[in-house]
Design a protein around this ligand. Structure first.
Ligand SMILES: C[S@@+](CC[C@H](N)C(=O)[O-])C[C@H]1O[C@@H](n2cnc3c(N)ncnc32)[C@H](O)[C@@H]1O
Ligand SMILES: [Zn+2]
Length: 308
């Protein structure tokens, strides 16, 4: 299957990175290489390091960046971008892009087991390594499953879904995406089944986040990216749901916070100075035109900060 992914908030992201032709850049989520190629095209003597943890994405971006001698490509987790940058001879960079989440290719390729729209082995591993969604649903206790579905899916039916999974696996292991989707459907109240959207959407999101350790990797990736930035360097992050966006918003707010002394102190004793400033106060959401062309980008948000 061809690696197709329509990059989200494309123009806004590339503009916000204010690319210098001689600058160094890291794309931590290269995917199909849409953003990476746009960065590479703006470079003359500059350099680009394109990272992705998915071997399929690495194949796609290698093809996409063929002929760009400024680009190096590495398969790794963006949480480890510091080591990858060092190996590529990049000690400090002018910009980092993280376009978090799953690519359309990963969702739409039934083989990868991310989607409840077609039947496939229940996998969801972006890196194709480690513990899969199938392993989780067949081995965790109902309490552990309920905790994951509640925390990462924010599903108020987490307990009944988790109990439904454990009941079903006592008869036969849960092996496929549609099997799980049916179990979830049968475990939620009829009123939920009548609501718009698939009743398994949140459970699938939760398992995906757990399988890929997405929120922890995001947190580590943000710190790694910020530590690599030169003064004046920019970090642009696109997220797809509120759990991720909250992490980015808080971390950037933290970097942008200066003195935290009580307001009645005559002079600052904490000595804290802001390390960054925000490019957009509230982040950027897709335009109406983009939403019409690509309804999948509905929940996307771009946040950018500049290191001081
Ligand atoms: C939304 S897509 C990026 C699309 C890309 N911007 C483009 O223009 O085609 C997200 C990509 O990030 C990768 N990814 C997600 N989390 C990652 C992580 N922690 N480390 C490395 N790659 C990651 C996924 O494998 C996927 O290919
Ligand atoms: Zn202070």
């Amino acid at each position: 299957m061809e690696f197709v992914h329509v990059p989200v908030l494309f123009r806004e992201t590339i503009e916000s990175l204010a690319i210098r032709p001689d600058g160094s850049y890291i794309d931590g989520t290269a995917g199909g290489g849409g953003h990476s190629k746009a960065i590479a095209e703006k470079l003359t003597t500059g350099r680009l390091l394109a990272i992705d943890q998915d071997p399929d994405a690495i194949r796609a971006v290698t093809e996409r960046l063929k002929g760009f001698s400024c680009a190096a490509i590495r398969r790794c987790n963006f949480a480890d971008m510091k080591e990858a940058a060092e190996k590529a001879g990049m000690l400090q960079v002018d910009g980092v892009l993280l376009d978090i989440g799953v690519s359309s290719y990963q969702f739409d390729n039934p083989e990868r087991g991310f989607s409840y729209h077609s039947d496939a082995p229940l996998d969801m591993r972006m890196s194709r390594e480690g513990i899969s969604a199938r392993d989780l649903v067949n081995t965790l206790s109902w309490q552990e499953l309920a905790e994951i579905i509640s925390r990462y899916g924010e599903d108020k039916n987490a307990r009944s879904i988790a109990k439904g999974i454990v009941r079903a696996r006592q008869k036969a292991p849960v092996e496929t995406t549609l099997q799980l989707a049916e179990i979830v459907k049968d475990s939620v109240p009829a009123t939920v089944r009548r609501e718009p959207g698939h009743p398994a959407r949140k459970t699938f999101q939760a398992l995906r986040i757990q399988v890929n350790g997405e929120l922890d990797r995001l947190s580590e990736g943000l710190d790694a990216a910020f530590s690599l930035l030169k003064p004046g360097g920019r970090l642009a992050v696109i997220t797809f749901h509120s759990l991720e966006d909250r992490i980015v918003k808080h971390r950037m707010a933290d970097w942008c916070t200066g003195c935290t002394c009580p307001p009645d102190f005559p002079i600052c004793v904490c000595g804290k100075k802001p390390k960054a400033e925000l490019l957009y106060k509230k982040g950027v959401s897709p335009s109406r035109e983009e939403l019409l062309q690509n309804p999948r980008c509905r929940s996307a948000r771009l946040r950018v900060c500049i290191k001081l």
